[in-house]
Design a protein around this ligand. Structure first.
Ligand code: NCD
Length: 306
C-alpha cells in the first residue's frame, strides 16, 4: 500500500517537525533540490476550484525537476460521463507517481485512495480537512515565532465549514501549552466532533466568543478565515453572516506588536487590503511557504533523500 496523507494525523509530530526542517533547508538551499524529482510526475486532480493549493503543488514539483499533469475542473474529465472517482484515480495512478486531489465531498480522497497504486494527498475534502494547508500554516508559525508551542492562537470566522481550521486545530492540539480562542458567529462555531477529538479528549482548554475585538489584545497568532459560501444551504444565511468580521488597521491597534496574522486565502472581505502593509500580516509569506512544504512532502512520500 502506498503512503497516503488524507488527514494531519497520518503524520506523527516527529514527521511534521522533519517536514518543516526539510522545507527550511529547501528555502536556504533550493539548488540542492532542483533535480531531486527528475523523471517523476505529479498529477493534480481538482474537482473543486483552487488557485494556491493546485499551483503550489505544481510549482513544487517543477522546482524539484519533476513534471505535472492533471485537470482543474471535473467537467473536463470523464467524471462528466459518469465515471466514479475510484476509477478516475485508478486510471491516473497508472500515469503518475503521486496524486494531489481536491473534492467537494468529505471523505472522497480517502475512498479514492483505496483504488490508487501511488500515494494520494488530500488537497481539501469538502468542509472536512486540508492537511497540506495545515503544514503550510505550521511552517509559517515556525518561521514567525521560532516554535510550535507556548502561544495563544485565535481562529476567527467560519469555524464550522472551514476545513483549514479543523486540520490546524487538530495538528496544534498535539503540541504543548497552546491556548485556543474560537471566534465565530453562533451559527459558524467549530463542529462538536473537532472539539471532542482534538481539544476535549486531550484536556486542552479553549475559549469561545463572538467578539473579535475583546480578545485581540491577548493573541499571539490570529488565523482569519473566509465564510465558506459554497457550503451554505441557503444564500440568505450566507449574506447575513459573510461580513461578520472584517479586520482593519483600527482593530489591530490594541493587538500585540508581535502578533502574526494568518489566512489560508482566498480572502473576500474579512481582511482589509490596508492590513497587508502591517508588518504583522504574514499571509503573503504563508502563500510562499505553501510551495516549500509541499516540496518537502512530495520528497517524503516518494522516499527521495537529498
Ligand atoms: C482554503 C480551502 O480551500 O479550504 N484555501 C486554500 O486552500 N488555501 C480556504 C478557503 O477556501 O477559504
Amino acid at each position: 500500500m502506498p503512503r497516503n496523507i488524507i488527514d494531519v494525523i497520518d503524520l506523527s509530530v516527529a514527521e511534521i517537525d522533519q517536514l518543516i526542517a526539510t522545507a527550511e533547508d529547501i528555502i536556504e538551499n533550493p539548488v540542492k533540490y532542483q533535480d531531486a524529482c527528475a523523471h517523476r510526475q505529479l498529477a493534480t486532480l481538482f474537482f473543486e476550484p483552487s488557485t494556491r493549493t493546485r499551483l503550489s503543488f505544481e510549482s513544487a514539483m517543477l522546482a524539484l525537476g519533476g513534471s505535472v499533469l492533471g485537470f482543474s475542473e471535473a467537467n473536463s474529465s470523464s467524471t462528466a460521463k459518469g465515471e466514479t472517482v475510484g476509477d478516475t484515480v485508478h486510471t491516473v495512478s497508472c500515469y503518475a507517481d503521486i496524486i494531489a486531489m481536491r473534492h467537494p465531498k468529505e471523505g472522497a480522497p480517502y475512498a479514492a485512495a483505496q483504488f490508487s497504486e501511488v500515494p494520494i494527498i488530500n488537497a481539501g475534502d469538502g468542509g472536512h480537512n486540508h492537511p497540506t494547508q495545515t503544514l503550510t500554516d505550521l511552517l509559517t508559525i515556525h518561521r514567525e515565532k521560532g516554535r510550535l508551542d507556548g502561544f495563544t492562537i485565535g481562529f476567527c470566522g467560519d469555524l464550522k465549514f472551514g476545513r483549514t481550521v479543523h486540520s490546524l486545530v487538530n495538528a496544534l492540539s498535539r503540541y504543548g501549552n497552546i491556548n485556543f480562542v474560537l471566534i465565530s458567529p453562533e451559527e459558524l462555531k467549530l463542529p462538536r466532533y473537532v472539539k471532542e477529538q482534538s481539544l476535549k479528549s486531550n484536556g486542552i482548554p479553549y475559549a469561545q466568543t463572538t467578539d473579535l475585538e475583546s480578545v485581540i489584545p491577548q493573541l499571539d497568532i490570529l488565523y482569519m478565515t473566509r465564510v465558506q459560501k459554497e457550503r451554505f444551504f441557503n444564500e440568505e444565511d450566507y449574506l447575513r453572516l459573510k461580513d461578520s468580521y472584517i479586520l482593519t488597521p483600527e482593530k489591530l491597534r490594541s493587538a500585540k506588536p508581535d502578533l502574526s496574522i494568518l489566512h489560508p486565502l482566498p480572502r473576500v472581505n474579512e481582511i482589509a487590503v490596508a492590513v497587508d502593509r502591517d508588518p504583522r500580516a504574514a499571509y503573503w509569506k504563508q502563500v510562499k511557504n505553501g510551495k516549500f512544504i509541499r516540496m518537502a512532502l512530495i520528497l517524503k512520500l516518494l522516499d527521495i533523500h537529498v
